[in-house]
Design a protein around this ligand. Structure first.
Ligand code: IPD
Ligand code: CA
Ligand code: CA
Length: 274
């Protein structure tokens, strides 16, 4: 068995175990929801419990690898070329509201390049998997991106980072503009699932800013292996540290990129009454 297939199997077992924990807590966390640094950025007992199970799995199977986990930070051998980016619950706001759109996301970067990805949505029982050169699958069936080639016939998806109230770089202008010129822009609340949906052809293109490696690493591999294209907004090489991603079926990539980079920020002033 190749190393990548072995890593994919280990990540899959961890994601399934994490997903089982999430499901066991669904609807039962109302007294165990805390806010992190920013309004709306939540963490629940389920995020922590799922992460603990996933970390335990990696520590048993790949103790020599490095880990970057959303709730625990950097762990393991930080000089390793293997870095696992782990989000035990992508879509915490949805989860806290019992809105069944969330997932475990586990991606492996080798020398900084995403090479293995697993995304598991326990509510839909959907498992997305990919590794470089091994193709992308949904529930063991091969998946491919859509063939939509015209922006005005496309369905897009995006998200809004938790710092949206603090910056004019809030994605509101991009959302309005692209809503106007496409068949629609969805907002799921899970960046990992957004990327998985590009991969399986449900969505033609996705963009977002303010993301972390654990939000994107797995989905990048899955989207690329399904035939998708992943870059910076302007079409240049994707940079994980930028937090900014444009992922499409490839056919609409250049036109979506051109529209994205010409948008001017839309500032929202909200009268809070204070
Ligand atoms: C969030 C989700 C959401 C995206 C946010 C992320 P979390 O992750 O992926 O779709 O818009 O920027 O932080 O907090 O639910 O793990
Ligand atoms: Ca996340
Ligand atoms: Ca999370």
């Amino acid at each position: 068995m190749s190393d990548l297939q072995n890593f994919l199997d280990i990540a899959t077992a961890a994601a399934l175990a994490g997903g089982e924990i999430l499901q066991s807590y669904l609807g039962k966390v109302e007294n165990a929801i805390a806010q992190k640094d920013r309004p709306g950025d939540l963490v629940t007992i389920a995020d922590k419990a799922a992460e603990a199970v996933i970390l335990d799995h990696f520590q048993r199977h790949l103790p020599e690898h490095a880990i970057l986990a959303e709730e625990s930070g950097a762990l393991g051998n930080q000089t390793s070329k293997y870095l696992w980016a782990i989000d035990p619950l992508d879509g915490t706001t949805n989860f806290a509201h019992q809105y069944p759109v969330f997932a475990v996301s586990i991606g492996l970067l080798i020398d900084g390049v995403p090479q293995v990805g697993v995304i598991y949505n326990p509510c839909q029982n959907e498992l997305f998997q990919a590794a470089t050169g091994l193709g992308a699958k949904r529930n063991q069936q091969s998946i491919q991106v859509s063939r939509t080639s015209q922006l005005d016939q496309s369905l897009l998806i995006t998200g809004f980072a938790y710092d949206r109230r603090e910056t004019t770089d809030n994605n509101y202008g991009e959302f309005c503009h692209l809503t106007h010129i496409t068949q629609g822009v969805r907002r799921s609340g899970s960046a990992a699932l957004d990327l998985a949906y590009v991969a399986c052809g449900r969505i033609d293109g996705y963009w977002e800013r303010g993301l972390s490696p654990w939000d994107m690493a797995a989905g990048i591999v899955i989207a690329r292996e399904a035939g998708g294209r992943v870059t910076a907004y302007d079409g240049s090489d994707f940079q994980m540290t930028s937090g900014r991603i444009l992922a499409t079926n490839g056919y609409i990539h250049d036109s979506l990129s051109q529209e994205l980079i010409k948008v001017t920020p839309l500032t929202v002033r909200i009268n809070t009454g204070s």
